[in-house]
Ligand binder design. Structure first.
Ligand code: SAM
Ligand code: SF4
Ligand code: SF4
Length: 379
């Protein structure tokens, strides 16, 4: 007999646990929208397609942890493209309109274009195609941009932490030259994957001297530069509050040289606060994950490379959808489980972090509760 399993979220003290139980006997048809315990609708699905990366960014996959001996997931543990598409289809029936492929480095997943082509076929309940984006370190973008566009990708976000070649090489820690990423951005724009968003994680003392030069460089290009506060994701990056440059400070520094005006958000729940140059030179954004938590409107769910569903970037455990699918569940069962998981969601980690900041401002490398790494679940 087919084994029927469901993973239920359960809170036990400060940690999340994963439990296996029966799929609810009462199956429910998706209604096109589902709200969590705090009234937040499910809207975005972030899909990690690989846990591997060719970079070793010091704040994400530090070499001393992700060295030669580090064991990445074997191929059979990864969700197949059909499994990913199945989860995305079910999520779309519950209101997901945006899909973002991430990683690790998503362009390392062999055949990523085929997955994009499959996801391109999905529709919202009222028949619209989903918004399909990808976040990349840009190292293979020049080579792959046209194929990604042809497969149906709408947009790319490129992570770039410095324009200064020496700083960039030190951050990616594999001596990768900045010029190749800049070229990738131009190719992506030229093939129609724009406007290209550029994400810069700002870490005090590492690259904050580059805030204004980055703004100057991308002003008047049509690309949208976004500054991200360094976050305490995972347990390996040795996060300290003192290394966070608050977004207000980023805006202050740019504004002093190139005056900015605040712009209204595109939609409720947009994580990036938008600013535009007063002289019409385009837009910049700031993502204040630490100093101004946006849990109140967080509508994102994350699917890990091996099929675990995480309802928060800071969750300690995921819900094993791969086990369900490989155990032979039907789409109705998968859909019912997803609805249950989302309805039970009460995550608001960043807001809680703000509340607790007074008592905890640093976390040594490798310490604290086991939490997922950014390179495992994607940003
Ligand atoms: N490899 C791809 C890339 O770098 O764009 C996709 C995955 S990467 C984990 C996604 C994003 O997470 C990147 O923009 C990266 O800079 C960001 N990121 C990683 N660790 C972070 C941290 N501790 N705080 C803030 N952002 C982080
Ligand atoms: Fe790789 Fe992206 Fe993490 Fe850098 S931020 S190590 S490119 S996954
Ligand atoms: Fe969303 Fe969790 Fe981040 Fe809050 S901490 S914004 S709930 S992912």
């Amino acid at each position: 007999m087919k084994e029927r399993v469901i993973i239920e979220p359960r809170r036990d003290g400060p940690r999340f646990f994963t439990r296996v139980s029966q799929i609810p006997t009462e199956l429910e048809a998706p209604t096109g929208t589902v709200n969590d315990a705090l009234g937040r609708p499910l809207h975005d699905l972030r899909i990690s397609v690989t846990d591997r990366c060719n970079f070793r960014c010091v704040y994400c996959m530090p070499k001393e942890i992700f060295g030669r001996d580090f064991e990445f997931l074997p191929k059979q543990m990864l969700l197949t493209f059909d499994e990913i598409t199945r989860v995305a289809r079910v999520a779309a029936a519950h209101g997901v309109e945006k899909l973002r492929l991430t990683g690790g480095e998503p362009l390392l997943r062999v055949g990523i274009e085929e997955l994009i082509a499959q996801l391109r076929e999905l529709r919202t309940p009222d028949g619209r195609p989903l918004d399909l984006a990808l976040t990349t370190n840009g190292s293979a973008l020049a080579k792959k941009a046209q194929a990604l566009k042809d497969a149906g990708l709408n947009r790319v976000t490129v992570s770039l932490d410095s324009l200064d070649d020496a700083t960039f090489r030190a951050i990616n820690d594999i001596d990768f030259p900045v010029q190749r990423v800049l070229h990738g951005i131009e190719v992506a724009d030229a093939v129609g994957l724009g406007p290209v968003k550029i994400n810069m994680v700002v870490k005090k003392g590492a690259n904050d001297h580059d805030i204004v030069p980055m703004a100057r460089h991308f002003k008047d290009t049509g690309h949208i530069l976004r500054f991200i506060e360094f976050m305490d994701v995972g347990t390996t990056n040795g996060w300290k509050m003192g290394e966070v440059v608050p977004s207000a400070e980023v805006i202050r520094r740019i504004n002093a040289e190139m005056p900015l005006e605040e712009v209204a958000p595109n939609y409720t729940g947009e994580v990036s606060a938008r600013w535009r140059y007063a002289d019409g030179g385009g837009e910049v954004g700031v993502i204040s994950s630490v100093t101004q938590a946006f849990c109140g409107t967080c509508s994102r769910v994350r699917l890990s490379t091996e099929g675990k569903l995480f309802t928060c970037l800071f969750a300690t455990n995921g819900h094993d959808l791969r086990a369900l699918m490989r155990g032979g569940c039907t789409d109705d069962e998968l859909s019912t489980v997803l609805a249950h998981l989302w309805r039970a969601r009460g995550d608001r980690y960043s807001e809680q972090r703000s509340e607790e900041m007074a008592t905890r401002s640093t976390r040594p490398k490798g310490s604290g509760p086991k939490r997922i790494e950014m390179s495992y679940i994607g940003g």
